[in-house]
Design a protein around this ligand. Structure first.
Ligand code: GLA
Length: 427
């Protein structure tokens, strides 16, 4: 599992056999969606404001083995969770908040993403005829909170339904479909960072995404500029350090409040410049107008706006650093982004702040920050490949000193060393 090549042939064979057993079909008929987890080294919490982000995937994530079911029935089991999810494609899916408790499928809430994928496809007038019979797995022994497992799962179902029904859908359309799952079906007001990273990334590259214009590009490191198919001799590893706080990112985690605070800051700044008609997000405000009027913002809103504008600037510098192979500079920007998330965006929690501080002192670490929203889950670090094991040892030793209770309850990996991944696909 720790090899650069994820998933391994033996993992795929196990999945094909399991789906063959459940469906009564042959293993060679089984298709598998590979949907990797994402990290976001720079551009934290500015996607929902139309800012720019830098993301990539890691070589861990979700695998969904399936066969088209030849009728409209969907049957899914999980490698991690109990129960099975069954529904028909003919059922009209309603957003969670519109469901009555009688048809709210709490017993298998992990199946909500499959229903959410159907919701998104129905909403955009895709007529599905063939359901799927399948099994979904997350990378073993890995607590995926903070790595955007929800987008990875949502995308896995979208790709499976599309493949079973021979639909040709572009990555941009799937970015929008996954946004419908998250924003409308689940009610989280997040941006498009997660699904863009998962759908657009390419091995070894950074994905740059302008979340307002939706323009994206892949930033290659110097060693891949001449031959993008080359396997990189990585100077770095991606280190994931888990806090032990596992709750999923939900509508009441504080995330939606921050989005509202950013919007309020945008409203004040737009009003001050006579642009009240513009969409109230911070990307509608010009940098010079922010500089001119920032003192008119009340304290909380001033902090959120400071995070937004400084983070956009770090993204621009990050592109240069990555393209020139300057890992030291890239790492410094990541750590500065982490600090701004703590001081200006105020989205961390004590265990994650402890982890962030430990990571900054660990041997060989170029830079570190919270992964994802920062309310739970993990921190990421880019670390010198030759010192990654030393860093792992240091973190495993230090974290329990600060968070003994959380550390003692953790039964999954506490630190994981990964490589860069590729984009989501069906094989
Ligand atoms: C979560 C959200 C993303 C993004 C990040 C923070 O992962 O789903 O849209 O806002 O947090 O950068």
């Amino acid at each position: 599992m720790d090899s650069m090549h994820w998933p391994s042939e033996s993992e795929l064979d196990v999945i094909r056999e399991r789906v063959a057993e459940i469906s009564g079909r042959e293993a060679k008929e089984v298709r598998v969606v590979i949907s990797p987890y994402r990290i976001c080294p720079l551009g934290a919490h500015i996607d929902h404001q139309g800012g720019t982000v830098l993301a990539m995937t890691v070589n861990k994530g979700i695998l969904l083995g399936f066969v088209p079911s030849h009728d409209s029935q969907v049957l899914i089991t999980s490698g991690q969770f109990k129960g099975e999810v069954r529904f028909s494609l003919d059922e009209v899916q309603l957003p969670r908040y519109k469901r009555s408790s009688s048809n709210f499928h709490e017993e298998c809430s992990w199946g909500n993403y499959a229903r959410g994928a159907l919701y998104a496809l129905q909403k955009r007038n895709n007529h599905l005829k063939q359901g799927i019979t399948g099994i979904i797995y997350g990378t073993d022994g890995l607590d995926s909170s903070g790595l955007s497992s929800s987008a990875a799962v949502g995308i896995a179902y979208l790709l499976a339904f599309e493949s079973a029904n021979n639909l040709t859908v572009t990555p941009s359309e799937n970015i929008e479909y996954d946004r419908l799952i998250e924003n409308e079906y689940l009610g989280l007001r997040n941006g498009i960072l997660d699904q863009s990273a998962i759908l657009l990334s390419a091995y070894g590259c950074l994905t740059y995404m302008d979340c307002k214009t939706k323009v994206h590009k892949l930033i290659r490191p110097p060693e891949l500029k001449e031959d993008p198919t080359k396997e990189m001799k990585n100077k770095f590893k991606i280190l994931l350090a888990f806090s032990g706080l596992k709750q999923a990112l939900t509508t009441n985690s504080g995330y939606n409040n921050r989005v509202e605070e950013c919007q309020e800051a945008a409203r004040v700044l737009l009003k001050a410049t006579g642009n009240d008609g513009a969409e109230p997000i911070l990307s509608s405000v010009k940098l010079e107008d922010y500089e001119k009027h920032k003192l008119e913002l009340e304290v909380t809103h001033a902090k959120r706006a400071k995070h937004y504008f400084s983070e956009n600037e770090r993204v621009i510098k990050g592109v240069e650093a990555w393209a020139s192979g300057n890992m030291e500079e890239f790492g410094k920007l990541i750590s500065a982004s982490g600090l701004s998330s703590i001081e200006n965006y105020e989205c961390g929690c004590e265990p994650l702040i402890h982890l962030y501080e430990i990571l900054l002192k660990a041997p060989g670490v170029y830079g570190a920050r919270f992964s994802g929203a920062g309310f739970r889950g993990c921190c990421i670090a880019f670390v010198d490949a030759d010192k990654a094991l030393e860093a792992e040892f240091y973190i495993k030793n230090e974290y329990p000193k600060f968070q003994p209770e959380l550390a003692s309850q953790m039964n999954a990996e506490t630190v994981l060393i990964c490589d860069a991944g590729d984009c989501a696909r069906v094989i």
